[in-house]
Design a protein around this ligand. Sequence first.
Ligand code: URA
Ligand code: URA
Length: 239
Amino acid sequence: MKPSPPPTGLFDEIKRSLLHLKEMGCKSIPCSEKSLNILHAWKHGIRTTRPSMKSESLNDIRADLGDCRRCVLCEKRTHIVFGEGDPHARLVFVGEAPGYDEDQQGTPFVGEAGQLLTRIIQAIHLTREQVYICNVIKCRPPGNRNPEPLEIETCSPFLNRQIQAIRPEFICTLGKFASQTLLKQEIPISKLRGQFYDYHGIRLIPTFHPAYLLRNPEKKRAVWEDMKLLMNAYATGQG
Ligand code: URA
Ligand code: URA
């Protein structure tokens, strides 16, 4: 017996979801034997190749990044700063780009701003090892200049894939670049912060960047407000 066709609207829904996954850098989706048989019965494409059951890991993504030459930042960098922390973290912090210390060591957020981030993480009763920390841009912009739009466009797919691999419940974006990149918004960080947004089913909270807090310590209160929202949601598991 031929399976009955799905109701109208469902294909659009599926198409949207698949495009969404593609945008996130996903190259294949898990598909059960049963679903494959149904697809065959519908005589819709997907006949010969069975999609991979496994989505990519952080190691796969790092390997794909390789000795990256995709933009000019490769010329002056010492180390690629991919990210570090728990690959199954419930919470991912996303910064802008490595600075001098990060470039030297190959580790995110280890300079002065990084030490402040470490204290913020401790203030919400977590450790750096329990979360995952990375940046939109993996190589240091010379002189810590702002990343160029093309550099963000070239590098951010790797961030999207890292997030897809980790599938955290929460993302905390630090500062303007990470917040605007992930939320695809041009609204200033001062307006974006203070609330959760939906990032492909993950709760995302933007806050000020720790480097900005070093220059504007009076903004620490606002960050603490954001961290309390995050800590509450994290503790009650409302991911
Ligand atoms: N600032 C960032 O945005 N990221 C780092 O890793 C360090 C400083
Ligand atoms: N500009 C940024 O890039 N980040 C902040 O947190 C504040 C201003």
